[in-house]
Design a protein around this ligand. Structure first.
Ligand code: ADP
Length: 245
């Protein structure tokens, strides 16, 4: 009787797990389709508000022009949100074959993509020796780009950003670090910030969607790695993540 009971419990657990897996898959598919399909109508709103300004600016009064500017600003924010959400849903989406990839190349690409922010802020980004590892190159580049981008965005008003990128081997994992001298993270939020849409500032202070660190979390989860932050508010932060050797 006892044996029979245990077996039924396991069957029930398997059924619930399968239901949960399917619900997760549906949710993921929904988020992907919604963010993908929203891009086109958003582009139309953007294009037609630009056309409206171009052709009819002279017929509009101050309020009319102001409203169109709000429209355009809102659309731009929504486009960023939709693009980031799409990136988030795609982390587990593509199964490109994992090849050994030089982390220096991923860093180089992310710095090219951040060139504007680096130049505008006068940031200095220095890196120590980085390894080659078996990882999807897009994933590593997204990790560097989000973390270095944040290191520059959340800079201190008192000094230009100085960012150091490094990696150390610890047993079967590489521990990467991105250290900055920015505003820092209050210790009580150091786990919370990796959640989807979690932000410590509003968009008037710092632009953003609250998806960047959630993308990083998702990427390292995929490789059974970890990501965390050590920080002293007002002095800077060190974001660390692990990936298998
Ligand atoms: P976003 O930057 O779009 O708000 P993220 O998910 O990248 O979203 O970051 C979540 C929050 O974590 C940010 O709003 C910010 O408050 C905090 N944060 C992230 N990186 C840093 C950093 N390097 N220094 C200080 N705060 C940071």
């Amino acid at each position: 009787m006892k044996w029979f009971g245990t077996c039924t419990d396991i069957d029930e657990q398997k059924r619930v797990e399968e239901q949960l897996r399917r619900a997760n898959q549906d949710l993921e598919q929904f988020a992907f389709s919604a963010s993908h399909d929203l891009q086109e109508p958003l582009r139309s709103v953007q294009i037609y508000s630009e056309l409206l300004v171009k052709r009819y600016a002279s017929q509009l009064d101050g309020d009319g022009l102001k409203f169109i500017r709000f429209l355009s600003g809102g659309t731009t924010r929504m486009e960023t949100l939709v693009r980031d959400l799409l990136t988030y849903t795609q982390v587990n989406g593509f199964d490109a074959p994992l090849e050994v990839f030089d982390a220096n190349e991923a860093l180089k690409t992310s710095l090219v993509n951040l060139a504007e922010a680096i130049a505008a802020s006068g940031a200095e980004v220095i890196s120590g020796p980085l390894p080659s590892l078996r990882v999807n190159c897009t994933h590593l580049q997204q990790l560097f780009q989000n973390l270095i981008g944040n290191a520059i965005k959340y800079r201190s008003p008192e000094r230009p950003p100085a960012v150091h990128v490094g990696a150390d081997q610890q047993d079967a994992y590489w521990v990467f670090s991105i250290a900055d001298n920015g505003i820092g993270v209050d210790p009580q939020y150091k786990e919370n910030i990796f959640g989807l849409f979690k932000r410590l500032h509003n968009s008037n202070e710092y632009s953003g969607t609250g998806i960047g660190l959630a993308i990083c979390q998702r990427i390292v989860d995929r490789y059974q790695g970890r990501i965390w932050v050590e920080s002293e508010p007002g002095r800077g932060s060190i974001f660390r993540f692990t990936l298998p050797v």
